[in-house]
Each structure stands twice: as C-alpha cells, then as structure tokens.
Design a protein around this ligand. Structure first.
Ligand code: BGP
Length: 469
C-alpha cells in the first residue's frame, strides 16, 4: 500500500525551540525566556535566546525541507512576538516574520500547519496567574483572532494548543516547567479547564470567521497499560487513562469531562471554578473540531502504587509516562518492563503500543480525523567520518510509520504524520544534546546545517509514498 495523495508527510518544530531572536524586533518576553535563565532549571542552563537561529535562517531551513520533499511544516507562532504584552498592541514586525515564513513555505508548495500555543506565554500574563487566570483565556482568543486575520488567507490548518497535559502538569504539579509550581492540583485542574475553554472558544470563533480551513488541538498521547492481569494494576491503568487521557480528549471530542474524574475531584475539593457558560461552549464546540493532533512517543506501563511516596519526580530525564513516576494523586506509578526497549533518555520504544493506542482512540472517539503531530527519537546521534549516521532514528520512524500504515488499513482516519523534529533544536530541558532532527545543526560551528542519513531516507519515503514500508 502507498499512502494516499492527500496524506501529509511533515516535520515539526516549535517557536521557542528554534527561533532565537528572543528580544529582537519588538518581541515581548515569554515565561520561557525568564524560566530558562533561572540557574539549574535546564540541562547545562541552556536557553532559547539563540536556539538554532531559525528567525534569521528560516529561508535556508525551508529550502532544506523542500529539498527533502517535505509536504507540510508544523511550526508554532510565538504569542509574545505577535502581542508582546499578551493582550495589548500588535507587533507588526512579528506579523511580518510569520508572513515571510508562511510565504516561504508556500513558495515550495509546503503546507503550513500552525500551532498557536507551544508553551511560550507572554510573561506579563504569567505574572498575572498564567493559565489559572481567566484573563489569559480572553487574551488567547484575541491573539488567535489576530493570527487568523493576519495569516488565515494562507494558513488552512490550525492547532490551538500543544500538549495541555504537559505544560499544565509540569507547570503546576512537578514544577519542571514555568511557572514552576509543585504539587498544586487545584491550580492544575483550573489551568487545564481554562485551556480547554480557550480552545473551545477559539474553535467556535474560527468557524464564525468562515475561513474554510481546519482547526483542532494537539494532545500528548501516552496510553497507559497495566503491566499484567492483576485486577489492582488493571484498575490503576484505568484510573491513569481517565485522568491523563480522557480528561483532555473527552471535553474536546465529546464535549464533557469524564464523570469518573469529575466526581473524584469534587470529593477532593479540586473542582475548577467553572461556569455553566464555559461548560456549554465546551459542549457546543466539540463537533466543530476538524481533527485531533496526536503526539506519541511512548506508552506508560502502570502498576498500583503501594508505597506512600506521592510526589512526582521532577526530573528532566523523565516525561509523564517515563518509568519511575508516581501519579500526583499517589494511585499509580510507571515502571520499566522486562524486555522493554528504551532510548538513551529512558523512553520506551514501543510501536505496538502506538497501534493499540490508535485503536483505543478510534474506539472511544470514532472516526475523527487524526494527524500524528509529533513522533520521533531523541538521541545523541552517532557521527562517523563527519557523517551523521542516525540509523536508530530511521528504525524508530520506520517502525512507527508502519503502524500508521497498518492503522489506516484498519480504517483509522489518519491524514498526516509529522516527525519530531524536522531539524535539530533545543530540547526544553535537555539542551542540544538530545537530537531529533533530519537536519543536523552544528552547535560548535556557526550553527551550520548538515543533512543526516535520515534526511535521505525520509526523502525516499515521501517520494515513494511509503510503498516499501
Ligand atoms: C513534546 C513537545 C516537543 C518536544 C518533544 C520532545 O512533548 O511537544 O516540544 O520537546 O516533546 O521532548 P524532549 O525534548 O523533552 O525530549
């Protein structure tokens, strides 16, 4: 089977991780500009001040993408570049930059796929309570409206938010991301609800504008599986899926939060301050979503948590699903499995779990269109005779693309695949050592770009529409 003509082979990035130019051309300060400069918060205190200088080198980068045959580029727009103080004046230079970037993509026939929020919040809003404050919801809708009106004639694919669970749980439970608050479920649930509300309002607004493009949200998808058939572990995995999957997918695709979680957080006093009007807009906007974006890296292997440790690990080596984490409510924890394959950063490599996960999405949410908006391997790439021989990345993406193919054959409605990442970039907490790209960026040598082995491999996959997979 070949991938259909309308299936998009893409690659992804995010503004803070690539752009640099953190204080140029009128850009406002973001929460990440501030947070990354607090000593000890990131690996070797790396930050995105320069990143890979995509702001100045986007033409060179997009040219390389075109040479690779990339059909679509998923990038994010930096809110503080567009509206420096969050909800005040628009910065014309910010609009100009994204106009140039979008036009450059279109010059080569690359479909621009824009994410409105990939974690860099204007610092003014962060200082006013960030996502726990409903002022941010209102400001976001205004910012989104600005982007739709400025770019919507050419951008026909919009993602509102990237991975609500990640920026909210790291922001308010583990403290690993700004605003670095630990162990605060009240703020966590409030923030998640405010983001979901902002998404719903933005989707409705976009449809009112009648720009005839598509809009959705991207969720991090870490399906939770019990390690065995013990009842208590099966229950632990169910509980994990309710809190970490259903809490985010249900309101977007079904229009209501999962009863199981709603009931429990009420008992615990964690219910967000939500209004009937907000719940109503969440309900009424659900059917307006055109797609769901799914970021998949690994599953979580879950067991019941028997010991008393309830504090989640705040380790940069750990993601939500990575082994060794206890859930914030202390009910379950993640473990390494025997015979599991793991990356150098301890993330499990499990394409089978990806397929199972996609089946779960179809079972629970029907035929909603899916884009795989991120998937890839973080590695310290081998360099042999000055060539970047990233064979493990090729193997990883190959195995996961096979799953996408199989899933489509089973009738799962997947319309595109975006490798994370199109080019090497700044890992939020892991510096430049953890690489993901098809294009290497030489940190020691003027940020020179160089094609990796995977570049040629992906080019071939795209050219042949994955026939050999
Ligand atoms: C996702 C983010 C990306 C990217 C990726 C890899 O959660 O959406 O922005 O960072 O994870 O993460 P890391 O760099 O931590 O390996």
């Amino acid at each position: 089977m070949k991938f259909a003509k309308d299936f998009l082979f893409g690659g992804a990035s995010a503004a803070y991780q690539v752009e640099g130019a953190w204080n140029e051309d009128g850009k406002g300060i973001s929460n990440w500009d501030v947070f990354s400069k607090i000593p000890g918060k990131t690996f070797e205190n790396t930050n995105g001040d320069v990143a890979i200088d995509h702001y100045h080198r986007y033409k060179e980068d997009i040219k390389l993408m075109a040479e690779m045959g990339l059909e679509s580029y998923r990038f994010s727009i930096s809110w503080p570049r567009i509206i420096p103080d969050g909800d005040g004046k628009i910065n014309p230079k910010g609009i100009e930059f994204y106009n140039n970037l979008i036009n450059e993509c279109l010059k080569y026939g690359i479909v621009p796929f824009a994410t409105l929020y990939h974690w860099d919040l204007p610092q003014t809003l962060e200082e006013d309570g960030g996502w726990t404050n409903k002022r941010t919801v209102k400001a976001f809708v205004k910012y989104a409206d600005t982007c739709f009106k400025a770019f919507g004639d050419r951008v026909k694919h919009w993602i509102t938010f990237n991975e609500t669970i990640v920026f909210c749980s790291l922001g308010y439970l583990t403290g690993g991301h700004p605003p670095a608050i630990e162990n605060n479920p009240i703020k966590y649930f409030q923030a998640t609800h405010n983001v979901i509300t902002a998404h719903a309002k933005t989707v409705s607004h976009y449809k009112e504008l009648r720009q005839f493009g598509e809009i959705g949200i991207t969720h991090s998808f870490t399906p939770n599986f019990s390690v065995d058939n013990k009842e208590e572990n099966i229950f632990a995995a169910y509980h994990a899926n309710q809190y970490n999957v259903a809490w985010f997918f249900d309101p977007v695709l079904k229009g209501t939060y999962p009863e199981y979680v709603v009931k429990q957080i009420k008992e615990k006093g964690w219910t967000p301050n939500w209004t009937d009007e907000e719940l109503e807009i969440i309900k009424s906007s659900a059917e307006k979503n055109d797609f769901i974006g799914v970021n998949y890296y690994q599953p979580a292997r879950v067991i019941k948590n028997d010991n008393q440790q309830v504090k989640m690990e705040n380790s940069r080596e750990n993601s939500a699903g990575a082994p060794g984490n206890v859930s914030f409510d202390g009910v379950w924890k993640t473990v390494r499995i025997d015979n599991g394959k793991y990356t150098k950063w301890g993330w499990e490599i499990a394409p089978d779990a990806f397929l199972d996960g996609l089946r779960i999405i179809k079972n629970n949410y029907g035929d909603i269109k899916i884009y795989i908006t991120e998937n890839g391997l973080g590695d310290a790439d081998p360099i042999i005779d000055e060539e970047i021989v990233d064979v493990p990345r090729i193997k990883y993406i190959e195995a996961h693309l096979r799953v996408v193919k199989k899933a489509i054959e089973e009738g799962i409605n997947i319309k595109g695949y975006y490798a994370w990442s199109v080019i090497d970039l700044l890992s939020w907490l892991n510096g430049y050592k953890k690489q993901y790209g098809f294009i290497y960026v030489d940190q020691k040598n003027n940020l020179n770009r160089k094609k990796k082995l995977s570049f040629y491999w992906y080019k071939h996959i795209i050219e042949t529409r994955g026939e050999d997979l």
